[in-house]
Design a binder for this molecule. Structure first.
Ligand SMILES: [Zn+2]
Length: 116
């Protein structure tokens, strides 16, 4: 499930466009997993910082900006963070796992060589 696709249908298309712009400007500064979802720090247009939360199922979300406080709908910061989270998940499930498997095999070889 992609968080961005779930959240984008719950808000307006101009917010989606502004979120894509934030992603292009590399404004999503920080993302970590916490509280059953993701917490992100997004830099706003006038230098302010917003803290975004999105649960794993995208049913719960929040942002510290006025847009979210007023409308309680996904704002551009939430959407930008969701976009980056989706990208991170795709990246994690493909090449790094195969690399990890290769390095484990390599460790086995080295270990058996030491024993012999
Ligand atoms: Zn916001």
């Amino acid at each position: 499930m992609k968080l961005f696709d779930v959240l984008r249908v719950r808000t307006s298309s101009d917010r989606v466009a502004r979120a894509i712009r934030l992603v292009a400007l590399d404004r999503v500064a920080y993302i970590r997993e916490a509280y059953g979802g993701f917490v992100a720090l997004v830099n706003g247009d006038s230098g302010e910082k917003h803290i975004v939360y999105i649960s794993y199922d995208a049913k719960k979300f929040s942002c510290t900006c006025m847009d979210f406080v007023r409308w309680r709908r996904p704002c551009k910061h939430i959407l930008a963070a969701a976009y980056i989270v989706d990208k991170m998940i795709v990246a994690q499930t493909k090449p790094p796992s195969s690399q990890l498997r290769e390095s484990r095999v390599h460790h086995c070889c080295q270990a058996s060589r030491v024993v012999l």
